[in-house]
Design a protein around this ligand. Structure first.
Ligand code: BES
Ligand code: MN
Ligand code: ZN
Length: 501
């Protein structure tokens, strides 16, 4: 769909539907809503008076104008209390409005920018959030369904701005929102795709096609190439699968002379657990076990389009985790690229094993800082539920920058401790480290395992296992893959470009 910004007066704007808004407690609406109310002969005020419209957060009221306005319909969106209104709410509300109007078969609508009036938010930030939220809310994954009546799509959203001098800035902001949303859509498509279609080969092919389209450098390494590089851990996991593994390398050159930011993503295209096989129920989300890899690849797409002055390299080891005849067994020992040996206690703790090689490679390439993203542990959703992803870091400055980037994106995260006492959890009797241990502190143990492979450089690990899939729509989240933390990663790259650590 298309998002545009036009200068004009919402009350006289000619579109199949116009969207205005109302904060809770307002009885005499002003701004664009007031102008529309006046043109409707006070209809909105009357509905407020009668208690039909209260301005509650998420309340949507459709009014038919029967010739009183150029637009045949007005949707009044409740914004809740103006003191509690935020840019995050603009995103979520824009998503709900978009789904509501799509269900009503409205192909085209115009809106005033929510939040820029009495809530006092930055108008450009509101325009960006409106565009972003609208696209994210309308996302659906239906490519494997035959076409039916439900395939109706919204074609155009116009943000109407009364101050002509502001249009260019709002247009630029809306375009940024579209770029971010489209990269999230790309990540969601990759994660929603079933494992029989998104094999490691197909995953790499889609990354390569995107890279070529957006001018990124790309190298796809095969089994022999990573074998020569010494990636015994990654290849150990790949051994159980009939599908050949792929190691995806994307590079963005922002024209500066500094170490590239490393974005590393877990790319398990399906996680059966391997020989330590998962129960059937637990496998149903495992087509999304490449969501970390998908997120870093998708973030590279937005970075390529936004062109920050920073170099970025993305590394994604991609393989299935399968219990084939050649699969690794519990207690097998593997050797990672940096020379450290790993005792595989549980073949279902495969993410940290493939990341061992990806992080070793990041060190060899001298990437800094390094941020990895992985659906790593079920334990993180015991700690944080599906609300926030976990952040682990060996560097406080980097952790703070990630939290700031996440906050700006409206993606929630929470830092967990890296107290040195936890390091013991990965002690092995036969190898340098083991991949699974006691029951407690599972997510922290996994983070400590990864830390073994980053060689003390600034590093952070994002455990997204609780937030990668949702079973209901809510605000910008739709059913299935969330695309979290694509926007956090993009914000981080933009921020590091401005202010390196
Ligand atoms: N991919 C899973 C983690 C996961 C669980 C992601 C639920 C999304 C939803 C990971 O490979 C895994 O199986 N982890 C094990 C580790 C354990 C064996 C130490 C887990 O969390 O049970
Ligand atoms: Mn697993
Ligand atoms: Zn996994």
């Amino acid at each position: 769909m298309q998002v545009r910004v036009a200068s004009g007066d919402i009350a006289t704007y000619d579109a199949p539907c116009i969207v205005v808004h109302l904060f809770e407690g307002i009885t005499a609406p002003g701004g664009g809503t007031g102008a529309v109310d006046a043109a409707l002969g006070g209809m909105i005020s009357d509905l407020i008076q009668s208690g039909d419209i209260r301005g509650k957060d998420g309340e949507l009221t459709m009014i038919h104008t029967f010739g009183k306005l150029a637009a045949p319909r007005v949707l009044v969106a409740g914004l809740g209390k103006s003191s509690e209104f935020t840019v995050d709410k603009v995103r979520d509300l824009s998503a709900s409005i978009a789904r509501h109007l799509r269900a009503k078969r409205v192909a085209e609508y115009a809106t005033i920018a929510h939040g820029a009036g009495i809530a006092g938010l930055d108008p450009a930030a509101c325009a960006e959030a409106t565009a972003e939220g609208t696209l994210l809310g309308l996302y659906r994954f239906d490519r494997h369904k035959k076409a039916n009546d439900d395939n109706f799509e919204v074609q155009t959203l116009t943000i109407v701005e009364h101050d002509a001098g502001r249009v260019a800035a709002l247009q630029a902001a809306a375009e940024r929102g579209v770029i971010l949303a489209e990269s999230v859509e790309f990540a969601r498509d990759l994660s929603n795709e079933p494992g029989n279609i998104l094999t490691p080969t197909e995953f790499a092919a889609r990354a390569e096609a995107m890279a070529t389209q957006h001018g990124l450098g790309v190298r796809i390494l095969d089994r022999d190439q990573v074998g020569e590089m010494g990636m015994g851990a990654f290849l150990g996991v790949a051994r159980g699968s009939a599908q050949p593994p792929r190691f995806i390398v994307l590079t963005y050159n922002g024209g500066v002379d500094s170490k590239p930011l490393g974005l590393i993503g877990k790319g398990i295209t399906f996680d059966t657990g391997g020989i330590s096989i998962k129960p059937s129920e637990a496998m149903l989300e495992m087509k999304g076990d490449m969501s970390g890899g998908g997120a870093v690849i998708a973030a590279m797409m937005a970075i390529a389009r936004l062109r920050p002055k920073i170099n970025v390299t993305a590394l994604v080891p991609a393989t299935e985790n399968m219990p084939g005849g050649n699969a690794i067994k519990p207690t097998d020992v593997l050797r990672a690229m940096n020379g450290k040996t790993i005792e595989v206690i549980n073949t279902d703790a495969e993410g940290r094993v493939i990341l061992a090689d990806a992080l070793s490679y990041a060190v060899q390439l001298d990437l800094s800082p390094v941020v990895d993203v992985a659906t790593l542990t079920g334990a993180i959703s015991i700690a944080l539920g599906n609300v926030a992803f976990g952040v682990f870091a060996n560097n406080d400055a980097l952790a703070e920058r990630i939290k700031g980037a996440a906050k700006a994106a409206g993606e929630k995260c929470w830092e967990l401790p890296m107290f040195s006492e936890y390091k013991e959890l990965n002690k092995s009797n036969v190898a340098d480290v083991k991949n699974s241990g006691a029951r407690g502190a599972g997510s922290i143990a996994a983070a400590f395992f990864l830390k073994e492979f980053v060689d003390e450089r600034p590093w952070a690990h994002l455990d997204i296992a609780g937030v990668d899939f949702y079973d209901a729509e809510k605000g910008v989240l739709t059913k299935g893959a969330s695309g979290i933390p694509v926007r956090t990663l993009v914000n981080l790259a933009l921020d590091l470009a401005e202010r390196p650590i």
